[in-house]
Ligand binder design. Structure first.
Ligand code: PLP
Length: 228
């Protein structure tokens, strides 16, 4: 095994153990490999060890990689902040967008998704622990946003995405509670199945609280180098 394969099997092992401890089904937790800043060669290598879902944060970097790796059957997730003027590229090139936090963004993604493509899977990003960031809607806005967004064509509103401060177990529990509350209000509750939370350092806590997608970068690819 090479080092990326080894890292992946260690992370899968951690997920497996966290599932066992939480008495959850391992098949209910998906590993999203966060490849931002890492070269396309690393993604290809990770792909060869069986990984299919990859997450990117920066649009231009992502588009370059998508083009270079188009021979692979990768499911691309956009997990960065969604700017209004970037929605067209997101709608055209990704399977998932995790950072939707305003109605206008969802409306644009829906309008710009090609009818011939599968619906775009999206998560609503919530600022669950009141951080001083512009990203994420407020928890009390979620109900209304879900009502409006869940009826848009060409989208499937799958659940919530949160990025709380590391190891904030309470925030994970709050996200889970909000997720369960919204399920009762969603126009298509059977589609509401995703809680995107937990990263390299706190995926275990996130899984305990009910995460269905953990977004893992460092534990798979090593530390990121932002100098380039
Ligand atoms: C970079 C990033 C991750 C991965 O973080 P690691 O700590 O490297 O696992 C996960 N989610 C989001 C939104 C990110 O921006």
């Amino acid at each position: 095994m090479n080092s990326l394969q080894q890292a992946r099997s260690q992370v899968l092992d951690q997920i497996y153990k966290a599932c066992q401890e939480a008495q959850r089904n391992f098949a209910g937790v998906h590993l999203l490999a966060v490849s931002k800043t890492h070269p396309h060669q690393a993604i290809r290598e990770m792909y060869e060890s069986g990984q299919r879902a990859f997450g990117e944060n920066y649009l231009q970097e992502a588009l370059d990689k998508i083009e270079i790796l188009k021979d692979l059957d990768i499911e691309w997730h956009f997990i960065g902040h969604v700017q209004r003027n970037k929605t067209k590229h997101l709608a055209a090139n990704f399977s998932w967008v995790h950072g939707v936090d305003r109605l206008i963004i969802a409306e644009r993604l829906s309008a710009q998704r090609d009818d011939n493509q599968q619906p775009l899977d999206i998560c609503l990003q919530v600022n669950i622990d009141g951080q001083e960031t512009k990203d994420g809607c407020q928890p009390d806005e979620v109900s209304d946003l879900v009502k409006s967004i869940s009826t848009l064509p060409n989208l499937r509103l799958r659940g919530l995405m949160v990025i709380p401060a590391p190891h904030n177990t309470q925030a994970f529990a709050d996200a889970r509670a909000l997720f369960e509350k919204v399920k009762t209000e969603h126009a298509f509750p059977e589609l509401w199945d995703t809680l995107s939370m937990g990263m390299s350092s706190d995926m275990q806590e996130a899984i305990t609280a009910g995460a269905t997608i953990v977004r893992v970068g460092t534990a798979l690819f090593g530390a990121r180098d932002y100098s380039k």
